[in-house]
Design a protein around this ligand. Sequence first.
Ligand code: F0G
Length: 453
Amino acid sequence: MPAFMEPFRIKSVEPIPFPSTEERRTALADAGHNLFRVPSRAITIDLLTDSGTNAMSAAQWSALLSGDESYAGATSFEHFRAVVRELTGFDEVIPVHQGRAAERILLGELLGAGDVSISNTHFDTTRAAIESAGATAVDLPVDQTSPSAFGGDIDLGLLEERLRGTRANGVRCVVLTITNNAGGGQPVSLANVTAVRQLCDRHRIMLLLDASRFAENAYLITEREPSEAGRSPREVAHALFSLADGCWASLKKDGLANIGGLIALRDTELARRCRQQLIAFEGFPTYGGLAGRDLDALAQGLLEVTDPAYLRYRASTARWFGEQLSEAGLSVLQPTGCHAVYVDAAQVLPHISPEQLPATALANELYLAGAVRVSDLGTLAFGRADPDGGVDIAAPRELVRFALPRRVYTKSHLEYVVDVAANVAAKAAQIPGYRIVEQAPVLRHFTAVLMPL
Ligand code: F0G
């Protein structure tokens, strides 16, 4: 079987829109030149995110029908808990409606003023939960300037340095985000997690996983870490979880469903405190903000997602798509991971300075050229307005992410995106930068209004 051939056939289809050139121009202008504000009915191929955009299997759709909607003690929860326990080895299983709810509850319980959390890179919602608990989030990723097999690893030297000192300098937990979404979707090696475990033991610090893409990370370990080549992705996932004290996950990614999240822990007392928060803000502990049917679909999704044929297809698709985009003239970050291909817009549009938003310019041009929506991870998203009214503080990199929803688009859809990208790359020198006309003080990229220069 060719590695990138879809290991499934399609039973249910959904038409996609093909807006004309004029309709695309109008839709983008009406949206204030901000792709978050463009309605999906004006999008042909939507690669904005891999989160909540998955296609469910026939087995998941049928699991929905057996959902038990009882307020307390639902059988659906028992199914979900059994699958999560088997997968993670953690006894305490708490469902939540999505990843950031898990972060707010768990990190809010764990951290207080003056505490520090260290990570390979906290995802932005993780950082927000830590900061709103009055604590500090410190990112210590390995150097990512040259391609490496495990670009998602935490820098062990810097971590060790940080932990030296009185009571480990207030560090309460180390969080490994697997895979490292904010760091190009790169995996963390089993060797790195093992070494972090040893450091955490030495300093009596909790090791937590943000396991939103645990299956993709486990698969990339089987491909890239020679000692793990003979193991199945599920065995590697077991090994990863066994090294941690607990985890949380947005199940909108490797849960293969459209909504859901979880907290799973060894510590019964911490779980009890989390459940109190859960009851106050999410729902009763046996449904946690989800419908019973969602829990059944997620239980099935968590069984399917470690299928080696599916994961091989997913990694191969990203690799092939990255090669094609590169041939089309875009600067693709290598190696590709699983959930997305990242492009460096600063390399594609060297005539646009960071304050004129090159990542936004590239993303918008892909929309204008073919109603393809990608996400802009440049200065609009990660830079900041200068409080004194000067030019924006630029983001470290001007990346554009072509995220791959799971089991949604076929190779011919991605070939279409490659054609659109080639047309955009061919006229790169004429693409204009943007200026911000209106912006919110936080998370400005979701609502900002922009104008082309
Ligand atoms: N952790 C990671 C690593 C994530 O990528 C996300 C979401 C979350 C936590 C938060 O989970 O959305 O269920 O509340 N990432 C999405 C993305 C939004 O597009 O990458 P959530």
